[in-house]
Write a protein that binds this ligand. Structure first.
Ligand SMILES: NC(=O)c1ccc[n+]([C@@H]2O[C@H](COP(=O)([O-])OP(=O)(O)OC[C@H]3O[C@@H](n4cnc5c(N)ncnc54)[C@H](O)[C@@H]3O)[C@@H](O)[C@H]2O)c1
Length: 451
């Protein structure tokens, strides 16, 4: 492989880039390459998406993104296509950003990345580089993707072409803002390939670029940081359920523990959502099974976090019973659909699971989420205002900690309501000392009380 030639293309901004998958991760990635001055092709199997992108339209609710899309189209730095052959033939570096979900049985599905690898392999030329940004297990690149490309191309890894893992660590809602801040992890099929890709990323981002020894190591870094978080949240969820039974307030405990120099606070809640955390553990579990190892802690953490919507459902039921009401027929106002605060994204959101459980119990649900005002989300209509969604409610349930919910005037709500307000705060966002008189309150790890 002619590393010097590719390095020259990088330095002279003559390198051509194709990004496969122009969704939440692929689109910002493609746009940032284009913005940095590299001719870029965004490729997707979704024709409507490509048509919209050509017309400067994106469904991705990411601050700053529409402006960059418009700018790079106007500067003729990006094109969008469903034509894989065109993209592969007209690029030096090909970046894969396709979905890698788990199925209902929690088995990782890597067929999209296999599909792209096969298409690339069939048309691959000498000196082309493939970068994977999709989340995969540590062994996926070396044991699945490189063999697929080699078999379909008859070319040899590192002699003829290079592969690199640069797992995406983006924080949805802040992707543009974080572009120059969040460090990137790069692991190449050889040290030279890794160094070359480090150089490339230095040309598109001011963030720290960290080279690790292999693609598998880079993917292990990504999974370790996410599973660390999943396991710690599970631990706090476990403490929350236990402390509630012991009559101890978990929010107070975390505040106290946080004063110790080596404690890292994590917070309990209604469960863990989004495209990464609920799936990433199962990638590691898949690799572990292949080497006859059972990662107990990782598995149990997933089970604890998956159980949390049912825990919240029980809290709602108990809180209503406290005021001599039952779930069946009660009006429940749900605050928040998104899987995390301040973004418009319901992928694997625990809020949806809680709503499904409430439906099964025949509760009447009214939803308010400022990010989905007046929309229909997966069959659930969202109100046009907080006031509308609070009408005749028996119980308010906070499922997402959107910043707008911290400032809700509970005093006014309690005053206007002709009955006691029941508030189930699954994100523990309210301070007990600030709650108005007469409200019935409970949280995850915070016992029911009438204020
Ligand atoms: N969204 C996040 O917050 C986030 C964060 C870090 C990592 N990731 C990872 O990034 C990867 C991409 O996730 P995303 O959130 O961008 O998904 P997405 O669903 O938003 O976008 C994926 C895009 O890939 C396209 N696609 C599917 N199969 C394809 C194929 N065979 N060829 C070409 N295009 C194809 C889809 O049409 C879609 O437009 C996943 O591995 C995910 O785990 C996501």
């Amino acid at each position: 492989m002619d590393i010097a030639k590719i390095n020259n293309l990088i330095e002279n901004h003559e390198l051509k880039v194709a990004v496969f998958g122009t969704g939440r991760i692929g689109l910002p990635t493609a746009l940032m390459y284009a913005k940095a001055g590299y001719k870029t092709i965004g490729v997707d199997i979704n024709e409507n998406l490509i048509r919209d992108l050509r017309n400067k339209k994106t469904f991705i609710d990411e601050p700053g993104l529409p402006e960059i899309l418009s700018e790079v189209i106007d500067r003729n730095l990006i094109e969008f296509t469903i034509d894989f052959e065109y993209a592969i033939k007209n690029s030096n570096v090909m970046i894969i950003c396709v979905p890698t979900p788990v199925n209902q049985n929690k088995i990782p599905i890597f067929t999209a990345i296999e599909d792209v690898a096969k298409k690339i392999g069939i048309l691959l030329r000498k000196d082309q580089i493939v970068i994977n940004e999709s989340s995969v297990s540590p062994t996926t690149i070396e044991t699945l993707i490189i063999p697929i490309i080699e078999q379909n191309s008859n070319l040899k890894i590192n002699d003829d072409f290079g592969v690199c893992s640069c797992p995406e660590r983006a924080d949805p809602g802040n992707i543009v803002d974080n572009w120059d801040k969040v460090a990137r992890i790069v692991g190449g099929s050889s040290d030279d390939v890794g160094k070359m890709i480090v150089k490339l990323y230095h040309n598109i981002s001011k963030a720290e670029i960290v080279q690790v020894s292999t693609p598998g190591t880079a993917n292990a870094v990504k999974l370790t940081e996410n599973i660390f978080r999943d396991v710690n949240i599970a631990l706090m969820n476990e403490f929350a359920v236990l402390y509630e039974k012991l009559g101890i307030d978990v929010k107070e405990v975390i505040r106290g523990s946080s004063t110790k120099y080596n404690f890292q606070p994590h917070y309990p809640g209604p469960g863990v959502g989004g495209p990464c955390l609920p799936a990433n553990s199962y990638y590691i579990i898949k690799d572990a099974i292949n080497v006859d190892y059972i990662p107990f802690m990782i598995r149990v953490a997933r089970e604890i976090n998956d159980r949390m919507p049912a825990v919240v459902m029980e809290l709602i039921q108990n809180a209503l019973n406290f005021t001599h009401k039952s779930l069946k027929g009660s009006i429940i106002t749900v605050l928040g659909l998104s899987y995390k605060a301040n973004i418009k994204d319901v992928q694997i959101s625990p809020a949806l699971k809680v709503i499904q459980l409430l439906n099964e119990k025949q509760a009447n649900i009214q939803i308010w989420d400022p990010y989905y005002k007046g929309e229909n989300v997966l069959g659930y209509p969202v109100g046009n205002s907080l006031e509308e969604s609070l009408q005749n409610t028996d119980c308010i349930v906070v499922l997402t900690d959107h910043k707008e919910f911290y400032d809700i005037d509970l005093k006014k709500i309690q005053k206007n309501m002709q009955k006691t307000v029941v508030l189930v705060d699954s994100r523990n966002i309210y301070e007990i000392s600030n709650l108005p008189q007469n409200i019935v309150y409970c949280g995850v790890g915070r016992k029911i009380r009438k204020i």
